[in-house]
Structures are given as structure tokens and as C-alpha cells.
Write a protein that binds this ligand. Sequence first.
Ligand SMILES: Cc1cc2nc3c(=O)[nH]c(=O)nc-3n(C[C@H](O)[C@H](O)[C@H](O)COP(=O)(O)OP(=O)(O)OC[C@H]3O[C@@H](n4cnc5c(N)ncnc54)[C@H](O)[C@@H]3O)c2cc1C
Length: 487
Amino acid sequence: MIEKVDVLLVGGGVMSATLGTLLSRLDPALKIAMVERLDGVAQESSDAWNNAGTGHAGYCELNYTPQGADGSIAIHRALAINASFEVSLQFWSWLVEQGLLPAPTAFIRATPHSSFVWGEADVAFLRQRHALLSRHPLFQDMVYSEDTSQLHAWMPLVMEQRDTRLPVAATRVGYGTDVDFGTLTRGMVEALLKHPQFSLRTGCTVNQLVRQGDGRWHVSLRSSTGGNEAAFDVGFVFLGAGGAVVPLLQKSGIVEGRGYGGFPVSGQWLVCHNPDVIRRHHAKVYGKAPIGAPPMSVPHLDTRIIDGQPTLLFGPFAGFTTKFLKQGSCLDLPSSVSRDNLKSMLHAGMHNLGLTHYLVGEALQSHRQRMDYLRLFFPQARDDEWSLAAAGQRVQIIKHGQLEFGTEIVAAADGSLAALLGASPGASTSVQAMIEVIERCFKARIGSGEWPASMAAMVPADQKSLRENADLLGKVRRRTLATLGLN
Ligand SMILES: Cc1cc2nc3c(=O)[nH]c(=O)nc-3n(C[C@H](O)[C@H](O)[C@H](O)COP(=O)(O)OP(=O)(O)OC[C@H]3O[C@@H](n4cnc5c(N)ncnc54)[C@H](O)[C@@H]3O)c2cc1C
């Protein structure tokens, strides 16, 4: 049987759930289907245990403000990410106000965001970073200190028994967030399931996409237990398959997707088991990535609330893998090499041998070595109180022979298909990313009829206005912090 739908969301992660929610509110008549290969939604990168749960806003992530060879610090990326996160906070506030999400404490909590550094050079860097950022209204509440007693109060575990011969410094934003993206995704999908025009199929893998003569897509599914499932006849396809997007993009055959490849990086955390230790830390403390490390493996000591339980994680430790999904296959990477991207993949491979070497080295570390690294942040950490757990996979984009660490939307020129590639800043900016998908693929509709007013109700202030209009930002922040209980 072939089912006709307006929109097909491939994958049940935070991206598809966000896009489905936005579209179903913009036009309740749209027939939307979501297909997920696993037996439930949000079990890959969007699950709380598979990502760091940081509401990325540029407050603490030092890799968003790189320092040039001349010592200057570029802050534009941090500003853009911060404004994008404000877009997410507005949308989540609206969902809470409408009763479409559970109480905010189920998925988001105020958790101070801090950057912590030691040594003259890094202290000078952080001081300059703070001076530049705090001039902007988006970062006006960021505070800076080199005072060890202040730092003790902010992060006791980090400061106790620390060798104070080296200078230390930290910044802090009190309303940084910890987000359980798994609960958020499941909440959005539960609300969608109440909508008569929405359907969800789990345990089904999308395995073929063929563009028809009339511009629609014929999409066939395979059930996880083997046999072929029914197919869809689709007007618009969104490839929200997380790490597994590259092979689907290749199958779609759209010219805009040619030459793309994926470079998977696995992740692991050290998880603390001592409740007394967990209780004494309440912050996300980010440090500087070691030289040679990919930007997303910035170490952090992280308070998390997962399924309502306080947790303390350290990591992520990046590692070498050939799987595109945590529950994927070792053949994912080799089978994604095609005639179209072979040159690009080889070029990226040759120019990133150092990174591969680093990832293999990381994967082979002993527990003791990982604990020694943790002790740089938490000097009194005990080997027997921490154990290793697997995080999710991040598949970095390879484009024109270059390895890239951001996210990118690839869309067919006729707007009939879009794909989300890459994993950083990821779930935090999912709302901005999905608005971009709508702007590119529903061009005729987003600017006319009821769509502009419906969009403005869900997200009153866009990213650009938030960056440029301090009064508007103040008003928006007061509402989102109050609605989401982040004050
Ligand atoms: C270690 C780590 C730390 C991270 N930390 C953060 C963080 O602190 N903050 C942040 O904002 N982001 C973070 N991220 C990134 C964030 O987790 C991702 O950007 C986000 O979850 C991606 O959502 P998604 O919906 O695109 O993909 P996913 O959540 O991976 O969902 C994709 C879904 O598609 C399904 N699927 C795949 N192929 C098919 C197919 N052919 N047919 C049907 N279904 C299919 C998969 O089973 C999966 O359920 C982190 C990621 C990792 C790995």
C-alpha cells in the first residue's frame, strides 16, 4: 500500500520532532508522517545519555570564540549561537504555555555555565573573551573572576586541593541551562500524536527515495524485522536521520547533495557514582580543548538532570569509529564512499591524519589516564567512584574535501527535500535550523496567509532582532526565563 502524505520526517530525533511541531501548527491540515528505525523516538543522539545536555548559548564553550594567531578573539559565532538558543527558548516557552510540553522542569533546568582556565596565557584569553562578550547585551550577565574564594563558591570540587601556584580564572552565567533533549523530543512527539493528521511508524527504516516525474517522492521502508513495509508518496521529505543522513542524501540523488561525506566521531563519558560528590557540584564547567582535539571534545564537568535524577559527567572523550549511529553498523563509513564523494573523502582523510591518530589514541586510553585528565578539573576525583559510559555518535561533515564541525542544511532547489548534516551546536539550535528548513522549502507559504502570524506567535523575536535590539532581547529573556523557570 502506498500512503500519500504532505510531509515525511525521516528519523525520530529532536530535529524531526521540532520540524513536525512547527509545520503542524503553521498548517494543521498538513498530513505528516514520521518514520523511525528503532522501536521508539529519541534513542540516538537526542537521548539524554547520548549528548551533554548543554543548552549551547556560547556562555561557556571556548571553542565558539577562537583566538587568532595575532591574539584577537572572534566572538561572532558565540553571538549567533546565543541568539539561536534564545529562539529555541521562545519556542519551548510557547509549547509550555500551550500545554504542549510537560512542566519545564521535566526537560530544562537552570545550571550555571562556567568556563574555567589556568595558566597565564589562558587566563589572559578568558579575561579578554569576557571583556569582549560582556559588552554585548546578549552576554551582559556574564561575570568574571580570578579570585580563588569566589571560584571556590562557584565550583568547590574544581577548586579544592588545587595547586594555586598557577593563576586561575572563570566566567559564569547563572541562567545557563541543562536540557534533557530526549524528554523534550518525546514530549513534542506525544503532542503530535494527538494531532489527527500526524502518524508515527517505529521499527521501520527508510531505505529508498525516488523522485517522481511530478516532483513528488516515492519513499520505501523496510521493517526492522526484515520484510518490506508499505511505501509513501510524499510532497516534502526531511532527512532528520542524525548521523545516517549522508547515505540517505546520496540515495535521494539531488545534485545539491553531491560530494558530501561524513566523518564519525564516537563519544564516552566518565560517570560519577558517589551521591555526595554529585550533590556538591552544580554547574557546567567547560575547559579548553587539548591541542589536536576536535572542537567538540572540549572537556567539561557537568551537572545533569536525567529522568529527574541529578548526575555528574565528565567528558566527552572522543574516539575513532566507523559507525554513523550508536546503534549503527561498522560498515556505515566504508559504504558511504561513492564515486561522487571519493575525491572529497580522500582529501579530507589525507589532511586529517593527525585527528584520526588523536581519536585512536583517545579510544585506547586506560581508566587511569582518563581519571588523570578528570583530575585536572576535579583534583580529588577517585578512580573507583567513576566509570565509563558510551555517548552518542557525531558525524562531522566532509564537504569539498574539507572536514567541517558545524551544522548545515542541504535542500533541493525545488524545496521538495531537505537534510540536516553535522552535529554542532546541535539540538540547542534545532528551532532556528528547522525554521531555516521551512524558509527554504516552503518559500511560497512562509511569507503569506496565516503563516507569518502563526510563526510570530511561536517565536516572536528572530535571531537578528535579538542581536540588534537590546530592549526586545530584555523583554524576550524576561518571558522565557520566567516561563521555563530559569530565574
Ligand atoms: C557526545 C555528544 C554530545 C552532544 N552534546 C550536545 C549538547 O551538549 N548540546 C546540544 O545542543 N547538542 C549536543 N549534541 C548534538 C545533539 O545531540 C544532536 O545535534 C541532536 O540530537 C541531533 O538530533 P537529530 O534529530 O538530528 O538526530 P538523532 O537524535 O540522532 O535522531 C535521528 C534518528 O533517525 C533515525 N534514523 C536513522 N536512519 C534512519 C532511517 N534510514 N530510517 C528511519 N529512521 C532513521 C535514528 O534511529 C534516530 O532516532 C551532542 C551530540 C553528541 C554525540
